[in-house]
Design a protein around this ligand. Structure first.
Ligand code: SF4
Length: 187
């Protein structure tokens, strides 16, 4: 896996102060994407144990609320094994911190069903570590800069932790639960 950047102080991609990783490679190719350089699976630098250690160390502060993985596309099959390993280590090391992830894919269509286009042997475990998933392609015609944590109105901020707890996380029982935001402008 390659990555474009790691932020050890990110206040834009989820609540509070976060550590974030921008992985490389994306086949969504949304028109109007603000970072097309990251579509290339070899964009940036190789992701190694050194980067993983840096992320774990950077999260070891009380002011860090959690971790966000974005891209590029974390759910491309090539990226899922290393992202899963990283999220597993984060959740074991910091069980009280939250994990957010951004994907251009749609949860119930591409990730949950075994025949989903991006479902791999790693997908379920990867999803199990994610508290909030922002899903859906960026759609230029539905761009809205007033939205919190998403770029276009079709995208969703899904509360996966709550969906798992309420049994709404399988392809058969899928029911979207939005992450509650006081001042959200979802409609
Ligand atoms: S999913 Fe994200 S990175 Fe990929 S093309 Fe769409 S906006 Fe760009």
């Amino acid at each position: 896996m390659y990555y474009g950047k790691i932020k050890d102080w990110d206040i834009a991609d989820g609540p509070g102060v976060r550590v974030s990783l921008f992985v490389s490679g994306c086949r969504n190719h949304c028109p109007g994407c603000f970072q097309p350089d990251t579509w290339d699976f070899c964009y940036g630098k190789p992701y190694t144990d050194k980067e993983e250690g840096f992320i774990i160390d950077a999260m070891n502060h009380d002011y860090i609320q959690g971790f966000t993985c974005l891209g590029g596309e974390p759910f491309e099959p090539e990226n899922q094994p290393e992202v899963t390993a990283l999220l597993r280590r984060i959740k074991r090391t910091y069980p009280g911190k939250d994990v957010w992830c951004y994907t251009g894919y749609t949860l119930e269509r591409d990730l949950l069903p075994e025949e989903g286009g991006r479902h791999t042997p790693f997908t379920e475990e990867m999803l199990s570590y994610i508290d909030v998933l922002v899903d859906g392609r960026f759609v230029m015609e539905r761009k809205d800069i007033s939205l919190q944590f998403r770029g276009s109105r079709n995208q969703r901020v899904l509360h996966l932790a709550k969906m798992r707890k309420e049994g709404k996380m399988t392809a058969e029982t899928f029911e979207a639960v939005w992450w509650p935001v006081e001042d959200r402008k979802f409609q």
